[in-house]
Design a binder for this molecule. Structure first.
Ligand code: ADP
Ligand code: MG
Length: 577
């Protein structure tokens, strides 16, 4: 009898081994496609999915709020060219992640938001399930694509479609809806294995039409005052060598958009960053490489752009052309292929731009850099934005390989202008929406994806949106140094309640707050600094030790301007005038 019992047990075990389920198929499909990290927040119905992913060798980073996990996934996509995966629970967790998915789509970052969802039958009849919500319908307008999988044998297809949609063409956010029931469905292991798809060439090259390249080169050759404008699409495309060759062979001054800084070192002699207003107004031919003529570029028209110009635009999305102004020479294709095709036609005998143009640009640049140097080199007490930034500028110069995360208003605008970047894809900031709250999600993902230190510079207001993730940073012991420029408030910390009442002004925070104590609460290193020497010592020690660190840098509360550099977007109240 005992022998029969053993035999039965063996059979049961074999049969068990021969089965798989939705949980395992999702993990196997992700791993098969080279996805190694999941950023998420476990809970019903995805707790076991997160557990099993970790058990099966994926790195699972558990956050304290889904929006931060989503922002981490979004920037992981930008850094790695693979879709960043965010995992959330249903309804509220899904909605928290959705902000980040929309952000990824807006910024052209490849990301997949995977959310558990409740019973289809109950949701569709609106019978009131636990966390009931028609998530697929809600996600669709905010995503590049949205899919739901109902049967375990379709998980392979679902993940393959999500990956391809996220990274091919113009990258973006993809929503993948996984109902709770699906995860528990079982399937013969062999059948399951065969149902998985390893996506071949997920982001195929797209070669530009030869005549479009000729048109672009002809325009460039005829230009009197040419300018190259590099956007974060150019940084994402990883065509670093060819882009550099194009700039250097043509001798054309270039301007990097914020997240394209470092594609060529900001100290490059052809950088026109410090003469931005001048070159935008004066250029006659502008070559856009992975940059959109959206609000960040004043829509390509108006006072900013001065006289008439002709645009050449390289972009993978054909419908981007003419979205704001006429594009004289559209070059549609992937940036790598387009830049190399243009380079091929430019040849080695390309006549450099007229000397009067170059002299005018570089003279202005030198003058502006000298002016900025004066502001940076002042010693003031308390510190203002510029004196504190001088320290961080030197830190990045000495550590060019670290990632630099930046969010805030004044803290963002000044840092963008002051801090030179030396390597591509190292500056990670508020992007197309100019959004606050990306800081800690970005910092975590940058540390995880690059396995190198991260310096995150946040305004005190911006930090507040994702500050609880200092616990996550400590828990995973990530080499992240957060510096908070603390001026006690939004824009400034000196506003008064106009009624004279007891409530504080709407733009102020608790004065003298000690954000460094938050880091200490979870076992990290906190430092409160009031001088540039202290700031320098604290940041350098953080980079040396690799320990999670938060430096509370006390900035003059009266420093800073309303809305930073975006004053023009702020409808001023008549009361104020
Ligand atoms: P920035 O804010 O730096 O100006 P944008 O996000 O506005 O940058 O523009 C990025 C552009 O780059 C988008 O229009 C997008 O379609 C394009 N893009 C992204 N990746 C590629 C690629 N691999 N090849 C070509 N174009 C790309
Ligand atoms: Mg502030």
């Amino acid at each position: 009898m005992a022998e029969v019992g053993n035999e039965l047990q063996r059979h049961a075990a074999e049969e068990h081994q021969a089965q798989t389920d939705g949980f395992h198929l999702v993990i196997d499909a992700l791993k098969l496609n080279g996805i190694e990290n999941i950023y998420g927040l476990p809970g019903i119905p995805v707790t076991d999915l997160a557990r099993l992913a970790q058990a099966n060798g994926m790195r699972v980073i558990s956050f304290r709020h889904e929006q931060n996990a989503g922002n981490a996934a979004a920037i992981a996509g930008f850094i790695s060219q693979k879709p960043g995966v965010c995992l959330t629970v249903s309804a509220p967790g899904f909605l928290n992640g959705l902000t980040a998915l929309a952000h990824a789509t807006t910024n052209c970052f490849p990301m997949i938001l995977i959310s558990g969802s409740s019973e289809r039958e109950i949701v569709d009849l609106q019978q009131g399930d636990y966390e009931e919500m028609d998530q697929l319908a809600i996600a669709r307008p905010h995503a590049k694509a949205a899919f739901r999988v109902l049967h375990a044998e379709d998980i392979g297809v679902g993940i393959a479609r999500a990956i391809r949609a996220a990274v091919s063409g113009r990258p973006g956010g993809v929503y993948l809806d996984l109902p709770a029931k699906l995860l528990g469905q079982s399937l013969e292991a062999e059948k399951g294995r065969k149902s998985l798809i390893k996506v071949v060439d997920p982001a195929p090259r797209q070669l530009p039409a030869p005549d479009s390249v000729d048109r672009a080169v002809a325009l460039l050759k005829g230009a009197k005052r040419p300018l190259i404008l590099l956007g974060k699409g150019a940084a994402y495309a990883r065509a670093d060598e060819d882009i550099r060759a194009l700039v250097e062979k043509t001798g054309i001054p270039y301007l990097p958009m914020s997240m394209a800084k470092g594609l060529l070192p900001d100290t490059h002699p052809q950088s026109a960053s410090a003469a931005r207003s001048y070159v935008l107004a004066e250029a006659d031919v502008v070559l856009l490489v992975g940059a959109r003529l959206n609000w960040l570029l004043a829509h390509g028209k108006g006072k900013t752009w001065g006289g008439p110009k002709q645009f050449i635009q390289i972009d993978i999305s054909p419908t981007e052309m003419d979205s704001n102004v006429a594009i004289a020479a559209p070059v549609v294709g992937d940036i790598g292929s387009c830049v190399s095709a243009i380079l091929g036609k430019v040849g080695n005998d390309f006549a450099k731009p007229p000397a009067d143009w170059l002299n005018a640009v570089y003279e202005r640049k030198d003058k502006n850099l000298a002016k900025m140097g004066e502001m940076l080199n002042k010693e003031v007490s308390p510190m203002n934005f510029h004196t504190a930034l001088r320290v961080l500028k030197d830190v990045i110069k000495a550590n060019p390989g670290i990632s630099f995360v930046n969010e805030g208003a004044n803290t963002l605008d000044y840092a963008r202008a002051v801090i030179d970047m030396y390597e591509p894809r190292k500056r990670l900031d508020v992007g197309t929406w100019g959004v606050m709250g990306v800081g800690m999600g970005y910092a975590v993902a940058a540390a995880v994806e690059t396995k190198k230190p991260v310096l995150a510079l946040c305004g005190d207001s911006a930090f507040g949106f994702s500050g609880m993730e200092v616990e996550t940073i400590c828990r995973y012991n990530l080499p992240v140094c957060i510096v908070i420029f603390n001026n006690n408030g939004i824009y400034k910390g000196i506003d008064k309640n106009p009624t004279g009442g007891a409530d504080p002004a709407v733009t102020t925070f608790v004065p003298g707050a000690r954000y460094d104590k938050m880091m200490e609460a979870f076992g990290g290193v906190g430092a409160n600094v009031t001088t540039t020497a202290e700031l320098e010592a604290a940041v350098n020690e953080a980079l040396r030790s690799g320990k999670p660190t938060l430096v509370n840098a006390v900035i003059d509360p009266s420093a800073g301007t309303e809305s930073g550099r975006l004053t023009n977007l702020n409808p001023q109240s008549s009361a104020k005038k």
